[in-house]
Design a binder for this molecule. Structure first.
Ligand code: SF4
Length: 315
């Protein structure tokens, strides 16, 4: 067996920042620290922090008054910020700046009187947060059929935005359809699908042709991980999205397979390494690294944590 280990894979700059933020918030304030939604969509990350005293909630009213709350990487609506204020919570914000960028675009277009078509997945934390910035101005579209069904009052004031973790290919198809229906539609000069989503998808696109089987490490509720599995699944080769090696079955592999391994932006590297170890032990696999691009993006910590992080590092 040969393993092709894709790069870039795994944690992106937004996830690194969110995880560091929660670690530091726990150190600075002590447990319990409440986290609105999963800090990132990964079972291992969530379980590890639960053991350290993080409490993940889906509603602000689950949090006792005067507590500490951290908003997850996926962002929140203004209504949630207000609820946190009303409960006198100390709120720290680990929203990825690339999600904030989409929020700001939504606010800008809504203020100018535009209707905004948001391309995204209904019910995803990020989509809920973005729509909450201008609920009266945003309509959600999930696919090309949704574009057909759109009813727009004023086509001269129309813009589209996207969720950050979409399939680049699917988003392009939907955008093409939108542009056919509304040729004058505006959009931000730079697209909203983030660099990490694009790079991980490009690596799978370039490398999966060499593989018999593709293993994507990530949780089922991770949007960008799901998109990697879909991209790898060409109807012929097998593609699995798993949290770790415990979810794999030896019956799905053979000694002569070439296995491409990658990981979604919220999946920790140790699950990649334990999956490699699992395949090496059972199939004598050798590992070849295939890097299509270097990443060096970093995001700053929330303001409330910066001085504390500097103190912690220097002590
Ligand atoms: S996947 Fe993209 S948008 Fe999401 S946290 Fe990472 S960098 Fe930010």
């Amino acid at each position: 067996m040969k393993i092709i280990l894709a790069a870039p894979r795994g944690f992106c700059a937004g996830v690194n920042m969110a995880i560091d933020s929660l670690e530091l918030t726990l150190q600075k304030f002590g447990p319990p620290v409440y986290v609105y939604h999963e800090i990132v969509h990964n079972q291992y990350v969530v379980n590890t922090f639960s053991e350290k005293g993080a409490v993940f909630v889906n509603a602000i009213d689950e949090i006792p008054k005067d507590s500490v709350v951290l908003f997850s990487a996926h962002g929140v609506s203004p209504a949630i910020r207000q609820e946190a204020k009303d409960r006198n919570l100390t709120a720290l914000d680990a929203t990825c700046p690339l999600v904030t960028k989409v929020h700001l675009e939504a606010i800008k277009y809504a203020k100018a009187g535009y209707t905004i078509i948001l391309i995204g997945h209904e019910g995803h934390d990020e989509v809920i947060g973005t729509m909450g910035e201008a609920p009266e101005a945003i309509v959600l579209v999930e696919d090309e059929d949704g574009v057909e069904a759109l009813q727009v009052a004023d086509e001269s004031k129309l813009a589209y935005l996207t969720q950050t973790t979409l399939s680049v290919d699917d988003a392009e198809k939907i955008i093409r359809k939108i542009r056919e229906r509304f040729p004058g539609i505006e959009s931000p000069p730079k697209g909203d699908i983030c660099y990490a989503t694009q790079n991980r998808q490009e690596a799978v696109r370039l490398l999966s042709g060499q593989a018999d089987v593709v293993v994507v490490l990530g949780s089922q509720n991770s949007s960008n991980s799901q998109r990697l599995r879909e991209l790898a699944d060409d109807g012929i080769k097998k593609a699995f999205l798993v949290d770790g090696p415990e979810d794999l079955d030896t019956a799905n592999f053979s000694d002569t397979d070439t296995v491409l391994i990658t990981a979604g932006a919220s999946a920790p590297e140790f699950v990649v390494q334990s999956t490699i170890a699992w395949l090496v032990e059972r199939f004598g696999a050798t590992v070849e690294l295939a890097s299509i691009r270097e990443e060096s993006v970093q995001f700053p910590l929330p303001k409330l944590l910066r001085a504390f992080a500097a103190e912690t590092r220097s002590s």
